[in-house]
Design a protein around this ligand. Structure first.
Ligand code: TYD
Ligand code: MG
Length: 456
């Protein structure tokens, strides 16, 4: 086939396709993300290049073995949790994250554990040499015999090797380094990563191999980000955290086999990633005693309540327009809360710069932390510390009312478990926690009442 190659422009952020170059992507609104790529006009459709030779046969739904048997543990509890209870056989999992955040480390540890359980694992790296992987492996401990390494970026050979070796689990690190000869654009371009993912998907499904794909999140748009693949894979996990800090959070944003609101918490150590089974304790570990502007609240992360410290700083503004800075929480939500404080509680912050931070770098956007944010701001504004044994949660409404939040009892129990003595909750949740003993529960109907309770 010698049909003329066609050129199209792809957004490297979200994969939006366009016939002409555009400054801003209409799909994801990012600037300067369009890159020209050549695609063959009569491109062979990936997915039809059948290699298994077997004809697909319909199977009766009843005859398919139940899910439990198809899941396998990764040997890392936090990863299993985020995957929805273990790795599903034949699934394609994308792990995205900033370069250097620990994706390769996490997957190498996963490989080690799966191999130690006697299953065959193939780790394909296009980024590191075998010696480099060996060195990394030495840091994380013993490796078993059924872990195989391969340094390769050509998809045709990778496909051949996977078909021959038939591992139970395969890792592709990273998708942006892989290339298929059938596509003329450079590795890392949208068409290359899509083609590669298509081939891997087919391998995963036909051979029942679970495949992990690593995708770097890139800021400069020079290579296609993991977002362009999200629709193609079964599960999308993002590994987040600040590189200079030790904690890492693994979050599911898409999961065909489980819930997407579970998180896994890890700590990066000298000898690899360690699981953090009790994130609340971890999040509160550095909380200052008796400081103003610091209050503890509770957010549900999937099925787990996580206690977190909200910090606020209020300083007199030197400029006409006061600054509002938020880290870890929604900026607009904080603006809304300050408006409610001003209008409904008479706390006027309009001449002050505000800084709100969720300590630990974790992102919390659940409305249940509203009350915590308001109390932190109020405490910072008045420069009065809030008792260290107090916890507060509740959604704040525009009329200054406190609104009910889901799973109030679980949150109160978590507070009790970590030694808190008093918890302020919305009045509407009072019934739900009536059974809880051993912690003083103070239900409040309005924000005004809650602020009085918190500062008395
Ligand atoms: P890596 O897994 O290579 O990141 P990614 O694959 O996401 O690009 O992680 C690299 C960082 O992790 C690097 O800065 C060193 C650090 N690290 C540790 O702190 N301890 C360890 O045991 C390992 C293997 C890495
Ligand atoms: Mg890596």
């Amino acid at each position: 086939m010698t049909s003329k190659a066609k050129t199209v422009f792809f957004c490297q952020e979200c994969g939006y396709e366009s016939a002409k170059w555009m400054g801003q992507c209409p799909g994801c609104r990012s600037w300067n993300s369009f890159v020209e790529e050549k695609i063959p006009a009569a491109k062979k459709k990936s997915g039809t290049s059948g290699h298994s030779g077997e004809r697909a046969k319909p199977v009766r739904l009843r005859d398919i073995s139940p899910e439990e048997e198809l899941r396998q543990s990764c040997g890392i509890g936090e990863l299993d949790r985020v995957l929805g209870g273990g790795l599903v056989k034949g699934s394609l999992v994308l792990i995205g994250g900033d370069p250097g955040i620990g994706k390769s480390t996490l997957l190498l540890q996963t490989c080690r554990n799966i191999a130690a359980a006697g299953r065959k694992v193939l780790y394909i790296s296009g980024e590191e040499s075998l010696q480099q992987i060996r060195m990394r492996a030495a840091r994380i401990g013993e490796v078993s015999d059924s872990l195989y390494l391969l340094s390769e970026t050509n998809l045709t050979s990778i496909r051949g090797i996977i078909e021959n070796e038939k591992p139970d689990v395969c890792i592709i690190d990273s998708i942006q380094t892989m290339y298929s000869e059938e596509i003329s654009s450079a590795p890392g371009s949208v068409s290359q990563v899509r083609e590669a993912t298509g081939i891997l998907m087919q391998l995963a499904k036909t051979l029942s191999i679970s495949i992990f794909i690593v995708g770097h999140v890139t800021k400069d748009g020079s290579v296609a980000g993991p977002r362009v693949l999200e629709h193609m894979v079964d599960t999308v996990l993002y590994f987040e955290g600040e590189r200079q800090e030790a904690y890492r959070i693994l979050r599911a944003v898409k999961n065909r086999f489980g819930s997407t609101n579970e998180i896994g918490v890890f700590e990066m150590r000298g000898d690899g990633l360690m699981e953090v089974p009790n994130p609340s304790e971890f999040m509160l570990s550095g909380k200052p005693q008796g400081a103003s502007g610091s209050v503890v609240s509770c957010s549900m992360e999937g099925t787990r309540p996580v206690l977190l410290e909200i910090q606020a700083l209020v300083v007199r503004s030197n400029f006409g327009i006061p600054r509002r800075t938020c880290a870890g929480t929604d900026f607009n939500r904080v603006n809304l809360l300050t408006a409610v404080m001003e209008r409904r509680c008479g706390v006027n912050l309009s001449a002050h710069d505000l800084y709100v931070n969720i300590a630990g770098g974790i992102k919390m956007t659940e409305p249940a932390v509203d009350l915590g944010i308001v109390i932190a701001l109020f405490s910072a504004f008045r420069d009065t510390p809030i008792s260290d044994s107090l916890l507060a949660f509740g959604e704040v409404g525009l009329s200054g009312e406190l609104r009910a939040v889901p799973q109030a009892e679980q949150r109160v129990l978590e507070a009790k478990k970590l030694g808190f003595e008093k918890v302020i909750i919305p009045m509407a949740n009072a019934k739900a926690v009536a059974e809880v003993r051993g912690i003083k529960v103070v239900p409040c109907a309005t924000l005004r009442d809650a602020l009085r309770e918190a500062t008395e």
